[in-house]
Design a protein around this ligand. Structure first.
Ligand SMILES: Cc1ncc(COP(=O)(O)OP(=O)(O)O)c(N)n1
Ligand SMILES: Cc1nc(C(=O)O)sc1CCOP(=O)(O)O
Ligand SMILES: [Mg+2]
Length: 235
């Protein structure tokens, strides 16, 4: 899949769980089996070379499945790997600067925990907002109190950008978050710590109303094997 245009942001974002001793690629395969989602390469302790290698490996799995690959924090790694986008937090490079050094349709996500930050990120050219923590999470330390669906709704009201709720989200939370106006959700442990990651990703996609993966038609005798799907990103 080629790069998506701004506005075509998938509803399900699955973030890599790169804690010590974990191989994130099985979770990436589980995520992309749920349909055309976004996979975010989130890795805090890798060398630049390993970060690039992981991103390339994720792209090799996700792109043939029609999924976007977004790199957390590191626009240099994202551009070097020809990923689809980057997710920027408060201490990362500013959204408007990153917009000037990335291709026109590059997806730029920005973290926003309140209405003011959301409006500012939109004005600077963000493609979507990651808003959280929606619920309590053990994946990331040092976060403020959970916003809950009510707090997320306040941020939604301040922006016309797609809002992706993050932090402690499971499929069971999706109805309340959707009622709060979110476009989608981002998860780590709802997939990485699930007994059956593929089923967990499918449950998230179903709760979000994402189209299921179309069945692969049987290959004609002698035809080359193709893993690509024709579905586009979720609007
Ligand atoms: C979809 C999404 N939303 C928010 C975040 C948090 O990003 P950031 O503020 O950069 O914090 P770290 O993930 O880097 O710890 C995200 N990654 N994705
Ligand atoms: C990476 C991240 N960012 C958050 C934020 O609120 O900015 S919460 C979070 C962790 C998400 O992991 P889980 O789905 O396991 O709770
Ligand atoms: Mg970040």
């Amino acid at each position: 899949m080629s790069r998506t245009s701004r506005g075509l942001v998938p509803a399900l974002h699955v973030l890599t769980d790169t804690r010590e001793g974990r191989d994130p690629l099985p979770d990436v395969r589980a995520a992309v089996s749920s349909g055309p989602c976004a996979v975010q390469v989130r890795a805090k302790d890798l060398s630049d070379r390993d970060h690039l290698a992981l991103t390339l490996a994720v792209i090799a799995v996700a792109r043939p499945a029609g999924c976007l690959v977004i790199v957390d924090d590191r626009v240099d790694v994202a551009v070097a790997a020809d990923a689809d986008g980057v997710h920027l937090g408060a201490s990362d490079l500013p959204v408007d600067l990153v917009r000037t050094i990335t291709p026109p349709e590059f997806v730029i996500g920005a973290t926003a925990r309140d209405a003011l930050t959301a409006k500012a990120a939109e004005d600077l050219g963000a493609s979507y907002l990651g808003v959280g923590p929606a619920y309590a999470t053990t994946t990331k330390a040092g976060l403020p109190e959970p916003l809950g669906p009510e707090g997320v709704a306040l941020v939604v009201a301040a922006t016309s950008l797609p809002v992706i709720a993050v932090g402690g989200v499971t499929a069971a939370h999706v109805p309340a978050l959707r009622a709060a106006g979110v476009h989608g959700v981002a998860v780590v442990t709802a997939v990485s710590e699930a007994t059956h990651p593929t089923a967990a990703a499918a449950a998230l996609a179903a709760a979000l109303g994402c189209p299921p993966t179309p069945p692969t038609p049987p290959a004609a005798p002698g035809a080359p094997r193709s893993e690509s799907r024709t579905t586009s990103t979720r609007a």
